[in-house]
Design a protein around this ligand. Structure first.
Ligand code: TYD
Length: 211
């Protein structure tokens, strides 16, 4: 039986997720709640091996369905080995990416469709849904400039941008579909101000959770 809080972070590359995961972990641990943080794809040895296959740039021939199943396989292991046991024992789990990444990257940006992603991931997650999800809202061009530290990206980076635009629009779409769960966080502000937005939601959630 799930007793702990399950919090996930989502957003494009360069949206500042990692910093916020760290800040939130410290904040929740400071309240005396045990916190486990994990990242996807990966998080446990089996899933890290799957991550290597997925992200290896030599695997240029990887089929979209293969890719979707590998993300789901990595997730299934992480859910059963870490997330469910931690939640059952009352810990808070913070996950850097979860099923919403598959909805947006595989379902929307790669065009596999939401229904297929849902069917596969319902099996992988045992239908576990986060209590709250933070979508770090930074437009792709801004995120790219941030990452590269330059003002104008080159041709290849611009081509890449059209994929990241689809990802971004996908996140906006699912945030609109599930406003109760997915909170849109303005990621353009300085990290400490971004964290204030997150903290407000988490304080609310912890209060409701205790009742
Ligand atoms: P990673 O280096 O961990 O990037 P980030 O710091 O942005 O999380 O790489 C993860 C990549 O995998 C990222 O581009 C998003 C993608 N991804 C999917 O396409 N589907 C998924 O289900 C997950 C979890 C990640």
């Amino acid at each position: 039986m799930k007793k702990g809080l399950f919090i996930t972070f989502e957003g494009g590359d360069g949206s500042g997720k990692t910093t916020q995961v760290k800040l939130l972990k410290e904040y929740i641990a400071g309240k005396g709640i045990e916190v486990v943080t994990v990242r996807e794809p990966g998080g446990v040895p089996v899933s890290e091996k799957i991550r290597e296959i997925i992200l290896d740039s030599k695997n240029t021939e990887m089929d979209n369905i293969t890719e979707m199943l590998l993300y789901a396989a990595s997730r299934a292991q992480l859910v059963s080995q870490v997330i469910i046991p931690a939640l059952d024992s009352g810990k808070c789990v913070i996950c850097d990416r979860f099923v919403d990444s598959s909805y947006v990257y595989q379902g929307i940006a790669r065009g596999m469709g939401m229904d297929m992603v849902k069917a596969i991931n319902d099996i992988a997650t045992r239908k576990l849904v986060p209590d709250i999800t933070f979508f770090m809202d930074v437009e792709p061009m801004t995120a790219l400039k941030r990452r590269l530290g330059i003002s104008e990206p080159d041709r290849l980076e611009r081509e890449d941008i059209s994929f990241h635009d689809k990802v971004y629009r996908g996140y906006v779409m699912i945030a609109d579909m599930y406003p109760e769960r997915i909170k849109r966080i303005n990621g353009l502000l300085p990290p400490e101000e971004v964290f204030l937005q997150i903290k407000r939601h988490v304080d609310d959630l912890i209060c409701r959770y205790k009742d």
